[in-house]
Design a protein around this ligand. Structure first.
Ligand SMILES: Cc1ncc(COP(=O)(O)O)c(C=O)c1O
Length: 327
């Protein structure tokens, strides 16, 4: 079959059993391998959905400009959609993101503005504020805003959730997923819990993010905010796409745990993944061990992106040593 464009190959990613990193765990643990999307991340799913919905509502017209604040993966997805459909792209990102991600976006024809990481979200220099300002200044532009745009959650409700339900023949008992914008966890969990309300949903957060404290206390605490290096998960805001009512437990993972597991997934499972994948697996397996999952349990973990984006960091021994993640 010939596809009309590369956009038709988004989704339908494989579910792969983890065999080696799961020592002492009786349950079946399977990973949803999202780097096999054409833009090499889970974010292709929301990119096409946000633009489809915007076109339908008349929010973007031919030749228009897509403007988004992105850690890279959403930008990559949007850049693919823009290339196929004839839009321009301007992305704002932070100086914490890998150089590879910025180079990739530029390779796809996007303009990229790098903004400082360690400023308040409402600071005029923050990547959220710059994206918003540009979208107000540039005519015929559209700001998808993956944090607040509920097409993000809806994309996962329509695709990721049903795929996991079918791939596990409805036998999934636990769903573990990193929390960035919250779209992946909320949309997928909503679909899965509608099929079986007993399914437990485990959110993976980074040490230095506000989510865990907010989930447990209902309070937003600025004291929780600390710098960390894991890209894509954890936040210093509570976006509209996170639905805490669908989440049963939040586990925080530090950079060291995340990155060592990331390297293990590559070397021991043949899964060449990014840092938030190591975080998701590390947190999910911690939960599996703590709660002593049974052999009849089936846990699915989302692996959001590819190792190609982290060659100069997590997969670079020098960088790992400089940051004291390895000896
Ligand atoms: C690498 C990576 N992992 C995980 C996530 C989290 O997914 P979500 O934004 O749907 O919560 C993101 C989101 O930006 C990401 O870029």
């Amino acid at each position: 079959m010939i596809q009309n464009s590369i956009l038709e190959s988004i989704g339908k990613t494989p579910l792969v059993r983890l065999r080696k990193v799961t020592e002492n765990i009786k349950a079946t643990v399977a990973a949803k391998v999202e780097y096999l999307n054409p833009g090499q991340s889970v974010k292709d799913r929301i990119a096409i959905k946000m633009i489809d919905d915007a076109e339908e509502k008349g929010l973007i017209k031919p030749g228009g400009t897509i403007i988004e604040g992105t850690s890279g993966n959403t930008g990559m997805g949007l850049a693919l959609v823009a290339a196929v459909r004839g839009y321009n792209c301007i992305f704002t990102t932070t100086d914490k993101q890998s150089k590879e991600k910025v180079d990739l976006l530029r390779a796809l024809g996007a303009e990229v503005k790098v903004c400082p990481t360690n400023v308040e979200p409402d600071d005029p220099e923050s990547y959220y504020s710059v994206a918003k300002r540009l979208s107000e200044e540039i005519p015929n532009s559209y700001y998808p805003n993956q944090y607040e745009n509920l097409s993000n959650t809806q994309a996962h409700y329509e695709t990721t959730g049903p795929e996991i339900w079918e791939q596990t023949d409805g036998k999934i008992t636990h769903y573990a997923c990193g929390m960035g914008t919250g779209g992946t966890i909320s949309g997928t969990a909503k679909y899965l819990k509608e099929q079986n309300p007993e399914i437990k949903v485990i959110g993976i957060d980074s040490v230095g993010s506000v989510y865990k404290h907010y989930f447990e206390t209902g309070e937003f605490s600025k004291d929780e905010i600390k710098p960390y290096k894991t890209e894509g998960i954890g936040e210093d805001i509570i976006p509209a796409n996170v639905d805490f009512d669908l989440i049963d437990e939040v586990i925080q993972v530090n950079d060291r745990q995340a990155f060592l597991m990331t390297r293990d997934l590559s070397k021991r499972e043949g899964l060449f993944v990014g840092g938030s994948c190591g975080a998701a697996v590390s947190g999910a397996l911690e939960y599996a061990r703590q709660t002593e999952l049974k052999s009849s349990d089936l846990m699915v973990i989302i692996l959001p992106d590819s190792g190609t984006r982290y060659i100069s960091k997590i997969y670079n021994d020098e960088w790992m040593r400089e940051n004291n993640y390895i000896d």
